[in-house]
Design a protein around this ligand. Structure first.
Ligand code: C2E
Ligand code: CA
Ligand code: CA
Ligand code: CA
Length: 275
């Protein structure tokens, strides 16, 4: 009826306006945060099960918003990607992560997430070279985490970009493995240093189920291709034991620690040294 149509119209349009308004506001706030240094890095341990030692930390961005409290990257990275602001944010992450990592023991590495837009933008190698040069961090202590969505653009270009990054001496990990639609072909086309098995595979890991068979298949394949594997989202001792048994070399997850601020890392590094 006419009345419903009108009601629907009124219900619908302001909602869209409101969404657009919130987006514009968030974009403006992002620009201010870039200008004013409004982001923080948290760090989560990456643990080597095979050698029983800490391998390093993944840097994960946080946005303490002046009015809205702590905003998680899942909420603002997509908008940063769409607007291209991710390039500047990513430059800050690289500089900051390298700078902080130089304060750690020299055997520890730092992993940094590189989003698809940032990967495709010109100047990524020079940003990395600058971050390494200014901090003095050895290139082999920096690991870049990319997702297979970078391959969607142009496989030839992506492969040559990856080889270019590899030539800088940094390590390259394939993040969120198993969530894309043709992960296996990407594994074959580039020698990643590490494959990070998505936590959706780890979540179902119990002695009873068959999820461990999937883990075994991935670790066997990765190993055959000369790549290490890391399981994400490990929360339970049982999951850890199965992963160890199935040949997974590294783990990451709340079992070890949630991501923490830099000032809490010394304690974590100390804890693992004592294990
Ligand atoms: P990711 O790269 O897959 O990072 C792992 C995410 O899993 C992190 O969420 C981490 O806090 C969470 N996590 C770790 N262990 C566990 C666990 O045991 N259980 C569960 N349920 N979750 C766990 P976070 O920090 O919220 O980051 C979300 C995503 O945002 C990241 O996923 C990454 O894609 C993106 N991101 C974070 N920092 C950056 C950054 O500096 N640059 C870019 N481009 N993306 C970033
Ligand atoms: Ca990651
Ligand atoms: Ca991941
Ligand atoms: Ca992810």
């Amino acid at each position: 009826s006419k009345r419903e149509g009108k009601a629907g119209h009124h219900f619908f349009e302001p909602a869209l306006d409101e969404q657009a308004r919130m987006r514009r506001e968030m974009e403006l706030d992002l620009r201010l945060a870039i200008r004013d240094g409004g982001f923080e890095l948290y760090f989560q341990p990456l643990y080597n099960l095979r050698d029983d030692c800490l391998q390093g930390f993944e840097a994960l961005i946080r946005w303490p918003h002046p009015r809205r409290g702590m905003i998680s990257p899942a909420e603002f990275i997509p908008l940063a990607e769409e607007t291209g602001l991710i390039v500047q944010i990513g430059e800050w992450v690289l500089r900051e992560a390298c700078r902080i990592a130089t304060r750690w023991p020299e055997n520890l590495t730092v992993a940094v997430n590189i989003s698809p837009r940032q990967f495709a933008a010109p100047g990524l190698s020079s940003t990395i070279l600058q971050a390494l040069g200014q901090s003095g961090l050895a290139p082999n202590r920096l690991e870049l985490e990319i997702t297979e969505s970078v391959f969607i653009a142009n496989i030839e270009k992506t492969l040559s970009a990856l080889h270019g990054l590899r030539d800088l001496g940094v390590k390259i990990a394939l993040d969120d493995f198993g969530t894309g639609y043709s992960s296996l072909s990407y594994l074959r086309s580039f020698p990643f240093d590490k494959v990070k098995i998505d936590r959706s595979f780890v979540r179902d890991l119990t002695e009873e189920g068959n999820a461990h068979a999937v883990i075994r298949a991935i670790t066997t394949l990765a190993e055959a291709l000369g790549m290490a594997t890391l399981a994400e989202g490990v929360e339970l001792p049982e999951q850890c034991e199965i992963l160890r048994r199935e040949g997974c070399q590294f783990i990451q997850g709340y079992l070890l620690s949630e991501p923490v601020e830099e000032h809490r890392l010394a304690g974590l590094i100390g804890d693992y040294a004592e294990i």
